[in-house]
Structure formats: structure tokens, C-alpha cells
Design a protein around this ligand. Structure first.
Ligand code: FEO
Length: 177
């Protein structure tokens, strides 16, 4: 495993936090790639609104990764980019694909919670404050994908109703999709 080094020994990050923040870049890129695979599944199933929704989610996850990159640079550290673990590409159904999305969001929520705990343990209040945006974001993302999963289960085989639901979902920018 690549050793992570900071380019500035006087960096203001507490040493214990650096590895965790660096790893979260990979975790967010993994989430981005997983969403792309889910979007591709819906595209192949002829469900373009669900595909567009998950493509937007994929872009958001990449933006999350970039927030960690910027934070490390701002704090005087240089990130080390590592390989992204393989994602799931095959899904049995729309329910299976969205369950995969929910499982991923729950996993990222645990990762963020662990980082918050790490920052607290190391008295790194700067990192603790930075992470609060992600704590709030995870609540919103888990809630959104949980509701979508419920809608899909209610819709059963009539997935065109879900397409209509997704088309009317608000986007991150607060606009209609
Ligand atoms: Fe950036 Fe949805 O985790």
C-alpha cells in the first residue's frame, strides 16, 4: 500500500486524520463509479429518467471527492490517489440496483461517522468542522435513496411510474430535474 506523505511537515492537520481523509477520496470515487454502473443499467433497461438521476448522483460523488482533495491541499497536505475497488455491474432488477445504491450510501455514512470520530479523538476541530457538511449530506442522500426504493417497490412492474417520479424530483441545485 502506498505510503501517504504530506508535502509540508508543518501542516495543520492532526497526523491521525490524514490517512482517513485521503482514503475518503477513493471511497467517494468508488461511490461515483457505482452510481455510473447503476445509471448504465437503467439506460440499458430503457429507463432514461432513472439513468439521468443516477448519472447526476455519480457527478455529485465526484464533487464530494474533490472537496476532500481541496481540503487536504488547503490544509497543506498533498493527496495520494489510489486504485478504486471494483464496483457491481450486474443487477437482477430495478429494486436490486437501488438497494445497491442504498447499501452504498449507508456504507459512506459509516465512513463519514468514523472520520468524525477520528477527528474528535485527535482534537482536530478544523477537520471536525469540515466534515459537518458531509454529515448533513449523508442524511439527505440516505433519505432520498430510501424513498426511491420504497417508490420502486410500490410501483412493482410499472416502472414507468417511477420514471415520472424521478423526473419530478428536485435536484441538488433546488431546481426541477
Ligand atoms: Fe458522497 Fe453519497 O456519498
Amino acid at each position: 500500500m502506498a505510503k501517504v506523505v504530506a508535502h509540508d511537515p508543518s501542516m495543520i492537520l492532526k497526523p491521525g486524520c490524514f490517512e482517513g481523509l485521503n482514503q475518503q477520496i477513493v471511497n467517494e470515487m468508488h461511490a461515483s463509479l457505482q452510481y455510473l454502473a447503476i445509471a448504465s443499467y437503467f439506460d440499458s433497461e430503457g429507463l432514461p429518467d432513472l439513468a439521468a438521476h443516477f448519472n447526476r448522483q455519480s457527478n455529485e460523488e465526484r464533487e464530494h471527492a474533490l472537496k476532500f482533495v481541496k481540503y487536504l491541499h488547503d490544509a497543506g497536505a498533498r493527496p495520494v490517489f489510489k486504485a478504486i475497488p471494483e464496483v457491481r455491474n450486474d443487477f437482477n432488477s430495478a429494486t436490486d440496483a437501488v438497494q445497491c445504491a442504498l447499501d452504498g450510501e449507508l456504507k459512506v455514512t459509516n465512513q463519514i461517522n468514523d472520520l468524525v470520530g477520528l477527528a474528535h479523538k485527535n482534537n482536530d476541530y478544523m477537520t471536525h468542522t469540515f466534515l459537518q457538511w458531509f454529515v448533513t449530506e449523508q442524511l439527505e442522500e440516505v433519505s432520498t435513496v430510501s424513498t426511491l426504493l420504497q417508490v420502486i417497490k410500490h410501483a412493482g412492474p410499472t416502472l414507468l411510474l417511477v420514471e415520472d417520479y424521478v423526473r419530478r424530483m428536485p435536484t441538488e441545485a433546488g431546481e426541477d430535474a
